[in-house]
Design a protein around this ligand. Structure first.
Ligand SMILES: Nc1ncnc2c1ncn2[C@@H]1O[C@H](COP(=O)(O)OP(=O)(O)O)[C@@H](O)[C@H]1O
Ligand SMILES: [Mg+2]
Length: 272
C-alpha cells in the first residue's frame, strides 16, 4: 500500500542576504507517513522544522527531493492538505464562522454549503455558540481552535501543524492536546505536527521524528508504544517519562550544536 505522505530525500538551502552564500537548512530528509498516523517532528530552534512543513505544504519548493501524496508528486499548495501555524492568522474583521468558511469560499463553494460545513467543525472544536464572535473577543486557546476548525473545514486528508500551541499557557496547552487527540480520532486525519516540546510530541504521537541541528536531517525515529486513549495521567507514568528522557538525551547534543552554530563562512577572499 502506498503511504499517505512521502517525503523523499528533501534538501533545502536559502540564499543569504546579498545572495553570495547559501544556508543549508534541510539535509536529505526522508519520511513516510501512513494514512491516519499521527507523527511529530521535534528539533532545536532553527533546525528547519518550519521549512520542512512549508515544503510539504507546497509553500516552498525544495532545492532537491520531492513530496508525494498518495504516491503522486505534488507541486504548489492546496489539494489535500490543511495547515495550522503557530501564530493564529485569523481575519480580525471576520466572525468565527466567516473565518472558518474562508477556504471554501476561495474554492467557490456557495455560502450556505460552506456555512453548514464550517459549523460542523466549529462544534467539533468546542466553539458552538461562538460563531458570531470576532477574534478579538476570544482567548488565545479559542483562537487556535478557530484556526483548527478553519483547516478542518476544507476537509483535507492531511493536517500540517506548526507549533500550534506554543503561544498558549501550560493549562490551555494541555487541554488543546487532549482536544486535538479527540479530533484526530473522530476524523481519522493524517497529522504531521511540529513542536519543540518533547512531552507534547510523546503525548500526541504514534512516532516522533527527531531532527539534527541545522541543516536538519533525520536523527532518529521513535515509535511511541503507549496505549490509547491517553489522558493527562499518561504524562505521569514511568513509561511516558522514559520516552521523554530518551528523546531529551537525543536532542540535547543537537541543541548545544545549534547554540554554537554560526552563519556559513564567507567564501575565501581572493583580493588584497
Ligand atoms: N525565507 C527564509 N530565508 C532565509 N533563511 C530562512 C528563511 N526561512 C528560514 N530561514 C532560516 O532557516 C533556518 C531554519 O528555520 P526554520 O525552518 O524556521 O527552523 P525551526 O522552525 O526549526 O525553528 C533558520 O536558520 C532560518 O534563519
Ligand atoms: Mg519554526
Amino acid at each position: 500500500m502506498v503511504a499517505k505522505l512521502t517525503i523523499e530525500n528533501v534538501s533545502h538551502a536559502f540564499g543569504s542576504p546579498g545572495g553570495r552564500r547559501a544556508l543549508r537548512v534541510l539535509d536529505d530528509v526522508s519520511l513516510s507517513v501512513e494514512a491516519g498516523e499521527f507523527i511529530s517532528v521535534i528539533g532545536a530552534s532553527g533546525s528547519g522544522k518550519t521549512t520542512l512543513l512549508r515544503v510539504i505544504a507546497g509553500l516552498e519548493s525544495p532545492s532537491a527531493g520531492a513530496v508525494l501524496v498518495d504516491g503522486e508528486k505534488r507541486s504548489g499548495p492546496g489539494g489535500k492538505m490543511g495547515v495550522v501555524f503557530q501564530r493564529d492568522s485569523l481575519w480580525p474583521w471576520r466572525s468565527v464562522l466567516e473565518n472558518a468558511t474562508f477556504g471554501l469560499e476561495m474554492r467557490g463553494v456557495n455560502k450556505a454549503e460552506a456555512g453548514a460545513k464550517a459549523m460542523r467543525y466549529i462544534e467539533m472544536v468546542g466553539l458552538g455558540g461562538f460563531e458570531t464572535w470576532y477574534p478579538h473577543q476570544l482567548s488565545g486557546g479559542m483562537r487556535q481552535r478557530v484556526n483548527l476548525a478553519r483547516a478542518l473545514t476544507i476537509e483535507p486528508d492531511i493536517l500540517l501543524m506548526d507549533e500550534p500551541f506554543a503561544a498558549l499557557d501550560a493549562q490551555t496547552r494541555e487541554i488543546m492536546q487532549l482536544e486535538l487527540t479527540r479530533v484526530w480520532r473522530d476524523t481519522g486525519k493524517t497529522i504531521l505536527f511540529v513542536t519543540h516540546q518533547i512531552d507534547e510530541a510523546v503525548f500526541l504521537s504514534d512516532r516522533v521524528v527527531t531532527l539534527s541541528a541545522r541543516p536538519g536531517a533525520v536523527r532518529a525515529t521513535t515509535v511511541i508504544d503507549i496505549p490509547r486513549p491517553r489522558d493527562l495521567r499518561t504524562k505521569r507514568t514511568p513509561e511516558f517519562q522514559a520516552y521523554v528522557g530518551d528523546l531529551w538525551e537525543l536532542i540535547e547534543a543537537e541543541v548545544m550544536k545549534s547554540f554554537n552554530a554560526r552563519a556559513p563562512a564567507a567564501p575565501a577572499s581572493t583580493g588584497s
